[in-house]
Design a binder for this molecule. Sequence first.
Ligand SMILES: [Ca+2]
Ligand SMILES: [Ca+2]
Length: 220
Amino acid sequence: MLISARLDKAYPNTVNVYYQIEDPDKSILTTGELLDDGKDPDQTQFNGVYTSRPIVKFPSTLLGAYTVSIYAANKTGDQSVLISSSVILFNGSNTPPQLSALDAPDTVFVPTGSAPSLIKISITAVDSQGLSDIVSVMLRSLRPDSTVAGLFPLYDDGSSSVRPTFNMVSGDSVANDGRYTLTIPIFNNTQKNTFRDFIFTATDRSSTLSNTVIKRVYIE
Ligand SMILES: [Ca+2]
Ligand SMILES: [Ca+2]
């Protein structure tokens, strides 16, 4: 990979120019220095164009947007602003995620008391590029007139933390097993004698959408 940056002028031996490459999860993959020394791959010494050609090993299991950032620093440690651009890593043989084995109730009963009814919804997501290729599994809830009542993520987190969606844990049993879960509280002010169509989709790191799973849930 060839990286080069043009400074406003040459700073022989007073300024160092560095690059860093972050993976799609914002972890630093590699760092290094760009040189203005006229040695390959740099073409001309001291012309203010700094160049490097690092060998970067992009992990094939982590597709998506890698960020290449460049900054300059002088000998006393003053740094320029970071200049960044993105490199999108695609897998030419990427395949979409696949959803299956939905577990959701046919009918939800609105409670009479103040305690909410909890409905747990689970679905399995797989991807030929591995579970790490899946970035999201979403539930879109549609009213009978097809307007969107809500868009909610499902989690494969083993219920390890309280999620802001409903301010509760997801209800997921085992973290990172490809089984995604969301627990939805139904309160006594919920409208009855209607239904919602739950539309499930997963997305992978190449922004490829899965098959769609649809489930009509009646509210009584
Ligand atoms: Ca994939
Ligand atoms: Ca799970």
